[in-house]
Design a protein around this ligand. Sequence first.
Ligand SMILES: NC(=O)C1=CN([C@@H]2O[C@H](COP(=O)(O)OP(=O)(O)OC[C@H]3O[C@@H](n4cnc5c(N)ncnc54)[C@H](O)[C@@H]3O)[C@@H](O)[C@H]2O)C=CC1
Ligand SMILES: NCC(=O)COP(=O)(O)O
Length: 340
Amino acid sequence: MPSLNITDAPLPVPFAVSLGDPAGIGSEIVAKSWVMREARGLPPFFAVGDPASLRAVWLGPIQPIAAPEEAAGVFASALPCLQVADAGPITPGSPTIDGARTALEALEVSVGLARSGSAAGIVTAPVGKEQLYSVGFTHPGQTEFIAERCGVAPHNAVMMLAGPSLRVVPITIHIPLAEVSAALSIDLIRARALTTAKGLQRSFGIARPRLVVAGLNPHAGENGALGREEIDVIRPAIALLQEDGLDIVGPLAADAMFHARARENYDAALCMYHDQALIPIKTLNFDEGVNMTLGLPIVRTSPDHGTAFGIAGKDVANPGAMIAALKMAAESARARLAHG
Ligand SMILES: NC(=O)C1=CN([C@@H]2O[C@H](COP(=O)(O)OP(=O)(O)OC[C@H]3O[C@@H](n4cnc5c(N)ncnc54)[C@H](O)[C@@H]3O)[C@@H](O)[C@H]2O)C=CC1
Ligand SMILES: NCC(=O)COP(=O)(O)O
């Protein structure tokens, strides 16, 4: 898979890493990433959240900081942490209302720091969506929240999951499966495809990205016999995108587009709904999969997995996806600095 050809030039400021739900594995994988910072060539970063969530799972050095400017000087010897809230008593694996509020505050502050240039970008540890909804979070996920805070319309903020073997983009994201067909439109597919192509150029250095589009129905609809979305929505969107000059083909039968030979033919696959996209990437690249938001004025990445409440506090969480998210954020930030 083509990759960036950007040097390891230092970035002017560190990344802000929101710690996510204090009862999830976010703090553990952030701490483990800090431990591996030199071995894995990670960019400097600081945690944003309640340092107590780090102390609950880790005995290593934590340095509370009052401002992001202090992080760079601390990073070599301790994990800098900007406290944004008090999460109250923290029991790994048992999420609380105060914990959800802390996760939201950490996300809000991190986005603000990236927007103001005090952070090179944000890397978000997982939040519990159910817990966030219970404290009044009205967005389906962090992607839409960050887009709104950046002044980007939801259809122009693209969730891309990327790993060493595959990149996928769900066209519809966090909605019930029963609503997918009605949510698909020519405009939505077009907006997502154009943002994806631009993002692959800007953040991954792929001059002419090759995109493929999945069908919605079995066998991509069998020319209308198994569903009409391909005929009424997906094909017309692809035709317009080809007129726009994109290298894009489809709709393809989704069951046959993710095997190894098929993956050689494209740089990213646009999928019609969440699981159509996320099942292949999490099957192939779970421990190194990165969720990157394209179309934003700031860099934002995240590990592909969730809070894993069931293993929180047991010291078994694999930091691979968080490490990959930090590396991808740094590569994207460098690419933006180099190419605008
Ligand atoms: N980016 C985000 O903020 C995301 C948040 N979530 C949230 O996470 C919560 C739990 O979601 P689930 O569907 O259970 O997915 P999950 O990814 O948290 O867990 C799925 C399975 O993978 C394991 N796992 C996950 N990350 C791991 C790691 N780093 N090392 C070792 N094992 C790991 C878990 O133990 C579990 O068996 C939900 O509230 C969901 O909303 C889910 C996906 C993304
Ligand atoms: N399933 C992917 C996911 O939940 C990530 O969502 P977001 O919170 O990063 O928007």
